[in-house]
Design a binder for this molecule. Structure first.
Ligand code: ADP
Ligand code: MG
Length: 351
């Protein structure tokens, strides 16, 4: 570097050089990290100009998410499986601090969905073979056992929480947070990012995501997976802070005699819910959107509009088992189909 001459112009130049150096100006860019948790691929995308802050934030939320995964695990030895053992024995069980708000939110959302989102049906989910690391068996369970667990009617309303002690009036209640945990975990991780000064990010747990801020000077564009076949069915621009969650029959399933048996169980029948292949919901918080997408999937073609209304939803996209797409008017305004040719669709208003 040649030293500037001693004219006023030269001094200004020198001061500018010193200032720029002190700022250590970095380019804003996309930082991404992926790992496996909650039985799915978790993808963190941050838009930031501060590498140090970004790396620290990613490390912290990774640790947080791992902790949630371990505490709420429905079949590995965990605080949740210990709690479930106590409930089955008719004993009070201890709810760890991280699980209390999750439990309370789950009770409220189960009520709001008329019990179609029902995290108390852990026994049924286990019977169907969806509480194991290995692929489920390829035959449906015995009809009489399904019937027994269905008529036992385990419900979130059977639970009584006093401080951190949980009891169940029904020993058939076994908690499984599979339909809400990813959304709730994403909410907590976004909250943590904000506390760490990161305001532009997406946290995506296997197609269950919350987006905040922007990708540089443009909005984040988020994709809805094609439930049958590869690629993206449609995409949407996120508006500031929103969550988009999808429940699909393609995540965990087996085929038996030409029929698909998947992991979203109708608590009324004890069998996998029929009629839809995927349900996508956009809502401010991811926990509600997660529970809601499961509830609408279970509600099926006859009842989804009533449940959507009850849960206060506005943005919904459903793919049925014939590949036909149904959207609410608010959703239709925002969707861009990415498949060519675009699928047949209809727009249906809520009651
Ligand atoms: P995904 O896990 O594919 O995002 P969901 O959010 O719909 O889909 O969650 C499905 C999981 O939720 C199942 O694997 C099971 O653990 C649990 N589950 C299944 N049926 C129900 C139901 N009716 N209510 C609450 N939880 C359910
Ligand atoms: Mg869900």
């Amino acid at each position: 570097m040649t030293f500037p001459d001693k004219t006023p112009r030269g001094w200004i130049l020198l001061l500018m050089l010193l200032f720029l150096n002190a700022c250590d100006i970095q380019q804003a860019q996309l930082h991404q990290q992926q790992f496996l948790l909650f039985g799915t691929l978790v993808d963190i995308s941050l838009w930031s100009d501060d590498k140090q802050k970004t790396e620290n934030a990613i490390a912290q939320i990774t640790t947080d998410l791992e902790k949630m995964h371990n505490e709420w695990h429905a079949w590995h030895d965990s605080p949740l499986t210990r709690l479930n053992k106590a409930l089955a024995a008719g004993q009070p069980g201890t709810v760890p601090p991280s699980m209390i708000p999750l439990l309370q939110k789950s009770i409220a959302l189960s009520n709001a969905s008329d019990g179609l989102f029902n995290p108390a049906i852990g026994r049924l989910i286990n019977l169907w073979g969806f509480q194991q690391d290995d692929a489920p068996s390829n035959t449906p369970p015995d009809a009489a056992r399904i019937q027994d667990l269905t008529t036992a009617q385990p419900k979130m309303q059977d639970l009584v929480l006093a401080h951190d002690q949980l009891t169940s009036r029904n020993p058939n209640v076994q908690l499984d947070f599979g339909a809400i945990a990813k959304g709730y975990a994403v909410d907590l991780a976004i909250e943590k990012l904000r506390a760490l000064g990161i305001h532009n990010a997406i946290i995506n747990a296997g197609g269950n995501l919350r987006a905040i801020g922007k990708h540089g000077d443009r909005p984040w564009r988020i994709g809805i997976r094609n439930p049958r076949g590869p690629g993206v069915l449609a995409s949407i621009e996120a508006r500031g802070d929103e969550s988009m969650l999808t429940s699909g029959d393609y995540e965990r399933f087996f085929e038996y005699q030409g029929k698909r048996y998947h992991h979203i169980i109708d608590p009324r029948t004890g069998y996998p819910a029929r009629g839809f292949t995927s349900v996508t919901v956009i809502y401010p918080d991811a926990a509600t959107a997660d529970a809601a997408s499961t509830a609408l999937f279970v509600a099926g073609p006859q009842h989804w509009r009533d449940i959507a209304k009850k849960m206060g939803l506005q943005y919904i996209m459903i793919v049925d088992d014939k590949g036909h797409v149904t959207m609410t008017p608010a959703m239709a305004e925002r969707v861009r189909f990415e498949l060519n040719p675009a699928p047949n669709f209809s727009i249906v208003a809520l009651p």
